[in-house]
Design a protein around this ligand. Structure first.
Ligand code: KG4
Ligand code: ZN
Length: 331
């Protein structure tokens, strides 16, 4: 089943074509307009989606060597995300579904992240644990069967990606902060500064990153300008190490508690090579199967939405035309 996926929930305008097995194209336009504001400006995001989306869809078709008439179904993110941005994707998806006379489905963006890895040839065995770490979410999930998500833990304040973005702001590294921190950390010493690992001694699977962010802020404020610039690689590496420690320890607690043999890592922060590396090592030691999407499928993209949509449509789900966007949609 050839599915066109559309993703416009935040600041990536993306369209993709997938069939039951392969990603045929995945075009992603990252909006650069936000970088000078240090975060996403919703109004600008909507305008950029309006400008780009039809061109991106055409490009996705061209790259996949397909025509509109080849499309069997349409998948589009309907939440969570920015209302104005989601509306643009949903409006285009409904219009195309009407015109082409094909079924369509609204996809939960978080499910898209989760299924980006699990749709691979040999996916994880049920039940498995999934850690979703993005700019908006930090969730530990137990997935007992297809499309069934039990939340085991979540952040009680900032999301992991949000912490990367806020720390990057403190260090004046620009937006988005994750890639910039990762790059600086490469030449830093991850044991140079001891930052706190919150909630590790609590008997739950929740996370907290706001204290860590504040700790970095206080540490940065204790240095003069020159010292700070010199110490940025060490601060970035130490901060990153603290995040990775907490994410991996809590994830393996979940695996043990629920007797799982597979884990999926998903969301934009799963692009981080220190995090990927730590999970690879820890899983190898414990004989756990690890599934992580390719880096370009971790951050927002339409292929993950198309894949989730393809799986849902083939399982008999579809949306009706009165479906609206849900900006605060949960799993
Ligand atoms: O999944 P995503 O593209 O969007 C949301 O659904 O939120 O995730 C974006 C988040 C941002 O906070 C960004 O800083 C973070 O993922 N991120 C990274 C890396 N690449 C993106 N964080 C750490 N290391 C990276 N390499
Ligand atoms: Zn996302």
């Amino acid at each position: 089943m050839l599915v066109l996926g559309i993703e416009t929930s935040c600041d990536e305008t993306s369209a993709a074509l997938v069939d039951d097995e392969h990603i045929l194209s995945n075009i992603i336009a990252t909006q650069s307009v936000h970088s000078e504001y240090g975060g996403v400006v919703p109004e600008f995001a909507s305008r950029a989606h309006i400008k780009q989306l039809s061109l991106i869809i055409k490009e996705a078709l061209r790259k996949a060597e397909k025509e509109f008439s080849d499309i069997d179904g349409i998948a589009v993110t309907y939440g969570p995300g920015l209302a104005g941005s989601l509306l643009i994707g949903l409006g285009v998806a409904k219009g195309l579904a009407l015109r082409l006379g094909v079924p369509w489905i609204g996809v939960n963006h978080i499910e898209g992240h989760i299924l980006a890895a699990s749709a691979d040839a040999k996916g994880p065995d049920y039940p498995y644990v999934c850690l979703v770490v993005s700019g908006g979410h930090t969730l530990l999930l137990l997935i007992g069967e297809q499309f069934s998500y039990k939340i085991l833990g979540r952040t009680i304040d900032d999301a992991a990606g949000e912490a990367f973005d806020k720390v990057a702001k403190v260090l004046d590294l620009g937006y988005p902060g994750g890639p910039a921190i990762e790059q600086k950390a490469m030449t830093g010493n991850s044991r140079a500064v001891h930052f706190p690992r919150a909630l590790l001694n609590k008997d739950n699977l929740d996370f907290s990153f706001s204290g860590l962010k504040t700790s970095v802020l206080y540490f940065a404020q204790s240095l003069d300008k020159e010292e700070l610039v010199a110490k940025i690689p060490d601060i970035a590496a130490s901060f990153q190490n603290a995040v990775v420690d907490v994410l991996s320890q809590k994830s393996f607690r979940a695996i043990e508690k629920y007797n799982c043999t597979s884990i999926v890592l998903a969301g934009g922060v799963a692009r981080n090579s220190a995090l990927r590396h730590r999970f690879e090592e820890d899983c190898k030691k414990r004989g756990i199967h690890l599934f992580i999407p390719a880096p370009e499928l971790c951050t927002d993209n339409a292929a993950m939405i198309a894949r989730a949509g393809n799986m849902r449509l083939r399982s008999g789900y579809q949306s009706s035309f009165d479906l609206d966007v849900i900006p605060n949609l949960s799993l």
